[in-house]
Design a protein around this ligand. Structure first.
Ligand SMILES: [Cu+2]
Length: 182
């Protein structure tokens, strides 16, 4: 009798452990692996969400860089420059449709990050342009770069290289919530 009780309590214990593991597995399944790889940085009142880039073809000498910079302060800040050892030069670009043609322009003087607002660098809009890539951007690689803000100062980040077909940050589900106010 005593032994039976003991055995059933062991089974219960094992059952609970299995449940715990199942709960963890279902949690992991709820988040796509890419969202788990989302990365962010902070400098003063500025937080930078998931800098990313696209893999480049051999011989391609330019590549885009994208991120979202959010400003938690009540003073406007400005992304004034980006540097990277991976490229001969890094510029901030705008992209717009001009007579049915997508045109990129070098933005001088930086891009504002509104007080309690955000600056979104994304495909089809403002972006970082790596010019004179020293090597192709390989899928899964991290491209080191330094962003300079007028107020927040310098912040070192890494641009995660995503598939060439990527149209948005892999962490889009996490970022979408913050877009609600637009
Ligand atoms: Cu560009």
């Amino acid at each position: 009798m005593f032994q039976t009780l003991r055995r059933s309590s062991e089974r219960l214990h094992l059952g609970r452990r299995l449940l715990t593991r199942a709960a963890i597995l279902s949690l992991v399944a709820a988040f796509p692996p890419s969202a788990l790889l989302a990365h962010g940085y902070k400098a003063g009142a500025i937080s930078i969400a998931h800098p990313w880039s696209r893999q480049t073809a051999p011989g391609q000498t330019v590549g885009g860089g994208f991120l979202v910079a959010a400003n938690a302060s009540d003073k406007e800040d400005r992304l004034v420059s980006v540097t990277s050892p991976a490229a001969a030069e890094v510029q901030l670009h705008s992209m717009s449709m001009d007579g049915g043609v997508m045109r990129m322009r070098h933005v001088t003087g930086g891009l504002p990050v509104q007080a309690h607002g955000k600056l979104e660098l994304k495909p089809g809009g403002f972006h970082v342009m790596f010019i004179g890539l020293k090597a192709p951007l390989k899928l899964g690689a991290k491209i080191p770069a330094t962003l300079t803000f007028t107020r927040a100062g310098k912040v070192k980040v890494e641009f995660a290289v995503e598939p060439i077909s990527s149209t948005g940050p892999a962490a889009a589900p996490a970022l979408d919530h913050s877009h609600a106010g637009h």
